[in-house]
Design a protein around this ligand. Structure first.
Ligand SMILES: [Zn+2]
Length: 247
């Protein structure tokens, strides 16, 4: 299983960067997880739009799904459009982004597979166990298994035993860490810090931890140090272009 980070900014894309976007490949199958703001130009530096085999979206916030629109445009507006793109999301999560263009323009470009959090779904060679994790809108964390490797991604979430459960023994925990240490009062149930991500990686006994969704301006060194205070394993920061081979 090969993971390529397209972007790792939380909330909005910093100069020259992109929001959440992760390309996960196994056996030639390319799964795009969370096409957030500015991720499509990063994607198109690597592959063509028609080479994406499926998309999984954790929740409907635009920093996680806005670039579904340019991805679908890049497929639909070709002279020879590829087959409809399978898109997996929670019910109604994509209503807004799918309504950006005039009705019907992109209808043939995708097939929407809405799942309920808790469902286990098959996406190409991946088994995907989903779980509802606490956020300000419904958010599905995902445990992706392929070729005996496991990648767990939180989407956006406050701390929860369900994160630990979903990441149990994972080869990599890709964890939202909007803040370094202190989470503002109003966000405590819905977002996490790098320290909390480290604590949950330890509790889950995950092999590696990759911090993502850092709010622009966050000191990445401080975020890593906060996670290191809780977790002994290897810790990285998700930045555009980073590739991790989990095999
Ligand atoms: Zn969110």
């Amino acid at each position: 299983m090969l993971l390529t980070i397209l972007g790792g900014c939380g909330a909005w894309p910093a100069a020259g960067q992109a929001c959440s976007g992760y390309l996960v490949e196994h056996d030639g199958f390319r799964l795009l997880v969370d096409p957030g703001y500015a991720t499509v130009p990063r994607l198109l530096e690597r592959i063509t739009a028609d080479q994406v085999d499926a998309v999984f979206i954790s929740h409907g916030h635009p920093d996680h799904c806005a670039d579904l629109n340019p991805l679908l445009r890049a497929r639909a507006l070709r002279d020879d459009p590829p087959a409809p793109l399978p898109v997996y999301s929670l019910p109604s999560a994509l209503d807004a982004v799918l309504a950006l263009d005039r009705p019907g323009m992109l209808t043939d470009a995708y097939v929407l597979h809405e799942f309920n959090a808790g469902d286990q779904i098959a996406i190409g060679p991946f088994r995907a166990q989903t779980r509802l994790l606490p956020h300000s809108v419904p958010n599905a964390g995902i445990r992706l298994t392929a070729g005996e490797r496991v990648l767990t991604y939180t989407g956006d979430t406050g701390p929860s035993p369900d994160v630990v459960d979903l990441a149990h023994g994972a080869d990599l925990l890709l964890a939202e860490a909007t803040f370094v240490d202190r989470v503002p009062q109003g966000s405590r149930r819905h977002l996490s810090s790098a320290r909390q991500a480290g604590r949950q990686a330890k509790e889950a006994d995950a092999r590696r931890l990759l911090l993502t969704h850092l709010q622009p301006g966050t000191d990445a060194t401080a975020a890593r140090a906060a996670a290191e205070a809780e977790y002994d394993g290897e810790i990285g920061i998700a930045t555009s272009g980073l590739t991790i081979d989990l095999s």
